[in-house]
Ligand binder design. Structure first.
Ligand code: SF4
Ligand code: SF4
Ligand code: SF4
Length: 292
């Protein structure tokens, strides 16, 4: 099932190679987002990609929960709201005006109000709307994790998910940050391109570069630090720390001058890029009603 998502999770599903072939042989695939069938049939298991952003998403998801024995939230949009959830920073009328009237490429724009599903006031993760049986985050989830999920599903069981943060599976050295000391380990927060040279062995935080590893769920094999770039948090928060942005500040406050981050980094776009809808930050309607 495809809700508000970019279809990247579907591409990762296709990347599972042999695993998807085994599913095709062993299972009866009764529905896909590109099939002509528009009804949501009964199914043993449904994988849902994307967040809930409009009334049609919500309707389809309710039918999925009713008709499926097992529902899997596939990908960070489904699990935590994802990048599209950043629209929760703004009211719906602001979003519509910006998207349909104000963008530089728009001429004589019109805000659509008929014939298309109406956007909800805010974006919600799948898990905020229905109970799910399994949540596999990642933007997109790694193909080998999806393969394990499919193999388990064919055997009638779902795999265990890792629960630690990304630093657990990152091989970069942490030295100074583990020693008790009064000062910061680095006086500045820098972007990767501001370093004369990136040390490929040393933890990014120890080089003064913000890395989301401490606040992000493991499971991708620390792809970005392995490729010499800091983690941006696409697996979303660990199960114990749903609040990814606050956890970021909490994790680095004694290591780097956290105040500098407020000036140098896009704090919301960094700390909440993938999980704003499930954070404690109020949604636009909640701000109006004074909730949270
Ligand atoms: S989780 Fe990432 S890859 Fe999957 S639908 Fe959302 S934006 Fe696309
Ligand atoms: S903070 Fe980043 S670079 Fe450092 S150990 Fe964690 S994931 Fe690796
Ligand atoms: S290292 Fe971070 S940003 Fe990169 S794929 Fe893994 S979780 Fe996503």
């Amino acid at each position: 099932m495809w809700l508000q998502g970019c279809s990247g999770c579907h591409i990762s599903l296709l990347d599972t190679g042999d695993a998807i072939a085994e599913v095709a042989n062993a299972a009866n695939v009764v529905y896909t987002p590109i099939s002509d069938e528009r009804k949501v049939p009964k199914a043993d298991i449904v994988l849902v990609e994307g967040a809930v952003a409009n009334e049609e998403n919500e309707e389809l998801l309710t039918l999925v929960r009713k008709n499926a024995d097992t529902v899997v939230a596939l990908g960070t949009c489904a699990c935590h709201g994802g990048i599209g959830g950043l629209r929760n920073l703004h009211r719906l009328d602001q979003v519509m005006t910006r998207a349909f009237l104000e963008t530089p490429s728009t001429a004589d724009g019109v805000v659509p109000d008929e014939g298309v599903p109406q956007l909800n006031d805010s974006v919600r993760s799948v898990r905020e709307v229905i109970d799910v049986d399994f949540a596999l985050p990642g933007c997109p989830p790694p193909a080998d994790s999806i393969a394990r999920l499919l193999a388990g599903a064919l055997e009638g069981s779902l795999p265990e998910l890792p629960t630690h943060n990304l630093c657990e599976e990152c091989s970069r050295l942490r030295q100074d940050m583990l020693l008790p000391q009064r000062g910061f380990i680095c006086d500045e927060v820098r972007a990767v391109f501001e370093l004369d040279e990136v040390d490929p062995e040393l933890c990014f935080l120890e080089q003064g570069v913000l890395c989301m590893g401490p606040t992000t769920q493991e499971g991708c094999g620390a792809k970005c630090p392995t490729g010499n770039m800091p983690c941006r948090g696409c697996m979303g928060p660990t199960p114990k720390a749903r609040e990814q942005g606050c956890k970021l500040i909490d994790s680095i406050a004694s290591i780097l001058p956290a105040g500098a981050i407020m000036y140098l980094e896009d704090v919301v776009g960094t700390g909440y890029r993938f999980s704003l809808p499930v954070s404690i930050c109020p949604k636009p309607t909640e701000k109006k009603e004074g909730k949270r």
